[in-house]
Design a protein around this ligand. Structure first.
Ligand code: 3PY
Ligand code: MG
Length: 255
């Protein structure tokens, strides 16, 4: 058998517009419901959301039946965690707080087998290799893997060009909340200085040839980010959607 194609990565490399959602509920049922909604990608957030490895794997299994790509955001850059995530079948990682080119190189190293990297070999135990059912797994795997790094610190901004130049980095994603905080505007993602910085950063990412993305919780801003070169947008998080939908429903009857 073949490994599933990484549709997110192929669209990323062509700079096609893609939209997705963050998921923080650690629920395969919730993930499957969202998989029916037509997004291009669903990102399971193991940085700020609840997570455990078996439920991460179950969420990947739940969305695999639908035309949507499941990514994971790990809580750290730890190569042991990256190995486990790839082992359960994660093909695409969105890694927070990548501040230097050396950190980006280390992530590429953790994701790939020797000689390119230092990922440990345990295919018979791993869903990622379909427990050795995948034909010629070692020939297929590298091109299926996708690395998106997050720029969301002052150090990351100052090293942006070097980070974008790292081979194996496929996309660069701006985290507006952390970036605003790092710039001295905690909680003010719409501060004009933050907005200007984000626009110029998106343009620099796009000019580097790498795909640019951003967390965009307010859909009315999507066009502006696209105009500055962003191709993949995360349009909020399941937790906020659930709360807002419940609030709106209740307020229609009991304002
Ligand atoms: C941020 O805004 O800091 C993010 O990481 C995106 O959720
Ligand atoms: Mg962040």
């Amino acid at each position: 058998m073949q490994l599933p194609p990484n549709t997110f990565k192929s669209s990323l490399l062509k700079h096609h517009h893609q939209t997705g959602l963050f998921m923080g509920m650690n629920s395969p049922v919730s993930a499957e419901i969202l998989a029916t909604c037509g997004f291009d990608f669903l990102l399971i957030d193991a940085e700020h959301g609840l997570y455990d490895l078996p439920t991460l794997q179950a969420q990947l299994q739940a969305v695999a039946a639908y035309p949507v790509h499941g990514l994971v955001r790990p809580v750290s850059h730890d190569p042991a965690l990256i190995r486990q995530l790839l082992g359960i079948g994660v093909q695409s990682l969105l890694v927070p707080m990548v501040n230097t080119a050396a950190q980006a190189h280390a992530l590429v190293d953790a994701m790939h087998y020797p000689p390119r990297g230092s990922r440990g070999v345990g295919t018979g135990l791993e869903r990622g290799a379909r427990w050795n059912a995948a034909d010629n797994y070692f020939d297929q795997v590298a091109e299926r893997l996708c690395l998106v790094v997050q720029i969301e610190s002052l150090e990351g901004l100052s090293n942006l060009d070097a980070i974008c130049a790292v081979p194996g980095v496929d996309g660069v994603f701006i985290g507006p909340n952390d970036l605003a905080a790092a710039m001295g505007y905690l909680g003010q993602v719409r501060h004009p200085t933050v907005i200007d910085t984000i626009h110029s950063t998106l343009k620099r990412i796009r000019a580097s040839g790498k795909a640019a993305g951003i967390f965009c919780a307010q859909p009315e801003h999507a066009g502006d980010w696209h105009n500055s070169g962003a191709s993949f947008l995360a349009l909020g998080a399941d937790t906020a959607l659930l709360r807002n939908a419940a609030l709106q429903l209740r307020q229609r009857v009991a304002p």
